[in-house]
Ligand binder design. Structure first.
Ligand code: PLP
Length: 420
């Protein structure tokens, strides 16, 4: 018996080692990591250059508390990260994961508004469904009932608007009217709540696990930026999954050229080598908070030199091997192959995504997008069949948590045509 209580629905082998896009179990089997773990191992497993950089850093120091020492690794990674951001976003706050990153964004947003005399603003609008993390603050802005339900009495739940799932609503995602239709729901919610009470809107530029690689409809990202600006509401991009190149551009929002006020990144930032994340914010926001007594927030392991050295090496490897371009090319190929499967299998209702953040959805009827009945257990069977055949895919039930089965197909950005 295992003393762990992580949730897995069926037997999984012990992991022996990982190399490139493959993972090897102690059962002697080789698995293609078709989801990069949880969309984390973007540059593949056991990259020698990253291991060498970690080893070199470990021989110097593994930990330097950020209030006691500056470190070259954290300074350099902060500068590199800021240089990748839209102009004006150049202050970096390191954390050790995605939930810490998103929670940091809403706390900084709140302190900034207090600092500039707008203390009446505290509501963070987000989308349903969405996933921003599992700690109580991040959960309050998460739109996913099975996860939030038990904890509702323990947190202050925040307003939600529907995610722009045009494919479920029978709307054309390429029609700018569709983007406006969903973006206008943000404006309506702001007016309903009272603009003077609204602090921020948080959005995954391309949806992750909760919506299954949902690409927003034409015009949506531009319009939400305009609405936030018009009502003096901070726009937060949760790029925890999309940041780092997986979608074929470094930031998911680069596909639309829109700039937020704060960004959260994690997952591919540490690439599965170390827990690493960051929040990047506008200088004037950080300066206002610092002048008002400082940011009342922080985590012990934040910005430790080992994590930052690994993060730097991950960025170097992405550049050296042109992995963002590879993600765009291999993603287009994989998407066309997945779309081709729709001709053979009527129960694939939708294929969507961008770059190597792709998903397909199982349905009972493509015309109505009716989900498969849960009793069929098709969802778990497909995961298990893939596993038996040596392929790992990431599964999530979305619609109400009981049906609506989508699968993320997100191999590492080093994947080759043969492996696709
Ligand atoms: N935000 C997004 C968009 C995510 O996909 C995730 C994790 O899946 C998180 C936040 C939370 O990250 P973590 O699991 O590292 O706390």
């Amino acid at each position: 018996m295992s003393h762990l209580f992580y949730q897995t629905s069926s037997f999984r082998p012990f992991l022996e080692r990982g190399e490139g896009v493959y993972m090897y179990g102690q059962d002697g089997k080789r698995y293609l990591d078709g989801s990069s773990g949880a969309m984390v191992s973007n540059i593949g497993h056991s990259n020698p250059a990253v291991l060498a950089a970690m080893r070199a850093q470990m021989e110097k120091s593994t930990f330097g508390y950020r209030l006691h020492f500056q470190t070259e690794a954290s300074e350099t990674l902060a500068a590199r990260t800021a240089a990748l951001c839209p102009p004006g976003l150049d202050r970096v706050f390191f954390v050790s994961g995605g939930s810490e990153a998103t929670e940091s964004t809403i706390k900084l947003a709140r302190q900034y508004k207090i600092a500039i005399g707008q203390g009446s603003r505290w509501k963070v609008i987000s989308r349903m469904p969405s996933y921003h993390g599992s700690t109580l603050g991040a959960l309050a802005i998460t739109g996913y009932d099975p996860l939030t339900g038990p904890f509702r009495p323990m947190m202050r739940e925040m307003p939600k608007i529907p995610a722009p799932r045009a494919y479920l609503d029978g709307m054309n995602p390429d029609d700018p009217a569709t983007g406006l239709h969903y973006a206008d729901m943000l404006e309506a919610k702001i007016l309903e709540e009272g603009p003077e009470t609204v602090l921020a809107f948080i959005v995954e530029p391309i949806g992750g696990a909760s919506t299954g690689a949902l690409v927003p409809p034409a015009g949506y990202m531009q319009r939400i930026r305009e609405i936030c600006t018009a009502y003096d509401i901070l726009l937060i991009h949760d790029e925890v999954m999309t940041g780092g190149g997986r979608t074929g551009k470094f930031w998911g929002a680069d596909h639309w050229g829109t700039a937020p006020d704060i960004i959260a990144i994690s997952k591919g930032f540490g690439g599965g080598y170390v827990p690493l994340g960051a929040m990047i914010a506008r200088s004037d926001m950080v300066d206002a908070v610092m002048a008002d007594g400082g940011f009342q927030h922080g985590h012990t392991y934040a910005g430790n030199p080992l994590a930052c050295a690994a993060g730097l090496a991950v960025l170097d490897e992405i550049d050296r091997h042109g992995l963002i371009d590879n993600a765009a090319r291999m993603g287009a190929l994989l998407k066309s192959r997945l779309t081709g499967l729709m001709n053979r299998y009527p129960f694939i209702g939708d294929v969507r995504g961008q770059g190597l953040l792709l998903a397909f959805e199982l349905v009972a009827d493509r015309a109505t997008m009716e989900p498969l009945p849960p009793a069929m257990k098709a969802f778990q069977r497909l995961v298990d069949i893939a596993y038996d055949m040596g392929l790992i895919i990431y599964s999530r039930r979305t619609r109400g948590g009981t049906s609506g089965d989508h699968f993320l197909v997100c191999p590492p950005m080093i994947v080759t045509e043969d492996q696709i």
